[in-house]
Design a protein around this ligand. Structure first.
Ligand code: PMP
Length: 388
């Protein structure tokens, strides 16, 4: 029978502890999430700066809806591109000191688009081993030869680039890694790319808004110039609190994408109200207070966790994983902390490498120090309950 293996595959997954399920939230306010009628302190969101509920951003959504309606009504090259999109692109281009910026409906689409459009007829993509699925899938489905270097290993990246044989080479890394929370050696990687006449691409989904004096991300924090990162991708669905993504680069890159990126050309443009709300969020974040609150929470969590004997990874970002090493134990740990009123997600293979199944704790500017105390206590008590 056609597809009779689907159910079998799910049963196998469940048996091995890898079954994925969803939890439906009813509402969320100030880092308290309601799921299935129960309240939890939310330590699993990517809303690092609490912008999802920011009053000015919500007001901007409403004004955007009043001006443009609920949707864009078309793909960008037909009638979907509006003054709202243009204003967001122009703001980003100005702040990031890029010639041009292009908006996408998601980071997933942007990553796929860059691979598909730049590598329609061969080339080399050399990517960090831990890069996000959207980039890897994009690279695999393009005409590029994909090779991967060991995580954050510049020497290995150098070897990979030496072995690359095409004229067009892209060296790709995340700024802040989504599952480990550590930061890439972006200055070294960009220099390496330049030595090999390759383009350096940064997926800064988790650094944009959070890092750098002006929140412009990992490249700003590392003091890189715009020419050091010819392709910059970042998303709005995390620290910015809305949704969608952008690619920033030279005018010729953006014009080329407008002409060839299928994920851009053949997809309904993001609702203009979303572009307006996104720009509102970005301007609200300019004063740096939310960023400062987040960084203080990160510092406090790491200090408390170390005092509690919890084993942390080398991360200074909002993403603070605790590796458990086994999928069933990771789920048991997340359930044990849940019973103590804390929502933390277990991340398992294949989202993370086998044997590194973990709790992925994410901090937000909205957390109070007492919330972090409760989290650390819950983690300590739960670790005692879940046997190795
Ligand atoms: N890149 C990275 C590093 C991500 O973590 C994500 C989202 N998990 C994406 C790209 C995709 O972005 P989006 O959610 O906007 O599709």
């Amino acid at each position: 029978m056609a597809f009779d293996w689907l159910g079998r595959s799910l049963r196998d997954r469940a048996q091995e502890g890898y079954l994925r399920t969803r939890h439906c939230q009813h509402y969320e306010k100030d880092a308290v999430i309601n799921i299935d009628g129960d309240h939890y302190l939310n330590f699993a969101s990517n809303d690092y700066l609490g912008m999802r509920q920011n009053q000015s951003v919500l007001q901007a959504w409403v004004e955007g809806l009043a001006q443009f309606g609920g949707g864009s009504g078309g793909s960008p090259l037909v009638t979907g591109y509006s003054q709202a999109h243009l204003a967001l692109e122009a703001w980003l281009a100005d702040k990031l000191q890029r010639e041009a910026v292009l908006l996408f409906n998601s980071g997933f689409a942007a990553n796929q688009a860059i691979c598909q459009a730049l590598f329609a007829s061969g080339g080399d993509i050399v990517a960090d081993k831990l890069m996000h699925a959207s980039f890897i899938d994009g690279a695999l489905s393009s005409d590029a030869t994909l090779t991967r270097f060991s995580h954050n290993d510049v020497t290995h990246a150098d070897k990979r680039l030496h072995a690359a044989s095409h004229a067009d080479k892209l060296l790709a890394s995340e700024g802040v890694f989504s599952m480990d929370g550590d930061t890439a050696p972006v200055a070294e990687l960009s220099q390496l790319a330049a030595r090999h006449d390759a383009w350096f691409m940064l997926d800064d989904a988790h650094g944009f808004g959070v890092l750098g004096e002006n929140g412009l991300g990992t490249a700003e924090a590392a003091g890189l110039a715009h020419t050091d990162v010819p392709v910059l991708m970042a998303t709005f669905g995390k620290a910015i609190g809305t949704g969608g993504a952008f690619i920033a680069g030279s005018q010729v890159l953006i014009d080329y994408l407008i002409n060839h990126a299928r994920h851009y050309i053949y997809s309904t443009a993001m609702p203009p109200a979303q572009a307006i709300a996104t720009l509102s969020s970005l301007t609200c974040l300019e004063d740096g207070s939310a960023r400062a609150a987040l960084h203080e929470n990160i510092r406090y969590f790491r200090q408390r966790a170390q005092e509690c004997g919890l084993s942390l990874m080398d991360s200074d970002s909002a993403i603070q994983p605790i590796v458990i090493g086994d999928p069933k134990r990771a789920v048991a740990m997340s359930e044990a902390v849940r019973r103590r009123g804390i929502w933390v997600t277990a991340m398992r293979h294949p989202t993370v490498p086998k044997g590194t199944d973990r709790l992925r704790i994410t901090l937000s500017a909205l957390h109070q120090t007492q919330d972090i105390d409760v989290l650390c206590d819950a983690l300590m008590l739960s670790a005692g309950e879940v046997s190795p």
